[in-house]
Write a protein that binds this ligand. Structure first.
Ligand SMILES: Cc1cc2nc3c(=O)[nH]c(=O)nc-3n(C[C@H](O)[C@H](O)[C@H](O)COP(=O)(O)OP(=O)(O)OC[C@H]3O[C@@H](n4cnc5c(N)ncnc54)[C@H](O)[C@@H]3O)c2cc1C
Length: 181
């Protein structure tokens, strides 16, 4: 039996992987499942802007996300709203210099980036304010709805995540409110 302390996105993802590999896992959570930092996250899957080893792992993780999502959705039958439509970093007159600086830094770090003029941007998203002067498009940035991710990962768990669509695969996941000193 593997004891996994902490029921955030890391703990539940790890439990999911271990359960998928046939291991028995107990997730121990001192408060409520998924109510820590993971509940507040915006859900952007965006490597850090460095050339560090950490960034290499983040890029690899980003590549692995579609397969991870497929496995979670297949197992739970629930959509986690994973999107790979990229990100627009929009600028108005006062912030354009900073956004362009960030854009150039990402390009230097090997990211795919595309500068969009105001007319190009409005062609893409007509609802944007006419005060927007420029945008940096980052097609590699992905996004997940972390709350849907929790519902999907938490199938078969106790507490607020208990759902009628309990699945065999996660049946071993026991989540108990235990305080550790
Ligand atoms: C406002 C905000 C926005 C963010 N936006 C993004 C984003 O867009 N993209 C991104 O990648 N990241 C984002 N992050 C960061 C991301 O939320 C965290 O990196 C991630 O959620 C960490 O997951 P975790 O499972 O390690 O931690 P948590 O979700 O905090 O889970 C840890 C769990 O462990 C439990 N615990 C702690 N100690 C014990 C103990 N002794 N015994 C039992 N249980 C214990 C806690 O109660 C908690 O439930 C954001 C964070 C914040 C705050």
């Amino acid at each position: 039996m593997i004891i996994n302390i902490g029921g955030g996105v890391i703990g539940l993802s790890l439990a999911f992987r271990l359960l998928s590999a046939g291991q028995a896992v107990t997730v121990v959570e001192r408060a409520a499942i998924g109510q820590g930092a993971s509940w507040a996250a915006a859900g952007y899957l965006e490597p850090t802007l460095t050339k560090s080893e950490t960034a290499q792992v983040e890029w690899k993780s980003l590549q692995d996300w579609p397969q991870f999502v497929k496995e979670i959705e297949d197992c739970s039958g629930l959509d986690v709203d994973f999107q790979t439509r990229g990100q627009l970093r929009i600028a108005h007159a006062e912030t354009e210099q900073a956004v362009r600086y960030d854009h150039d830094a990402r390009m230097a770090a090997g990211w795919q980036v595309e500068g969009l003029s105001a007319p190009q941007l409005r062609g893409l998203e007509p609802a944007l304010s006419d005060k927007i002067t420029w945008a940096s498009h980052l097609p590699q940035v992905s996004w997940v709805d972390d709350r849907k991710l929790f519902h999907s990962l938490g199938h078969g768990s106790d507490g607020y995540l208990r759902a009628p669509y309990y699945t065999e695969q996660l049946a071993n996941m026991i989540l108990s409110p235990t305080e550790f000193g």
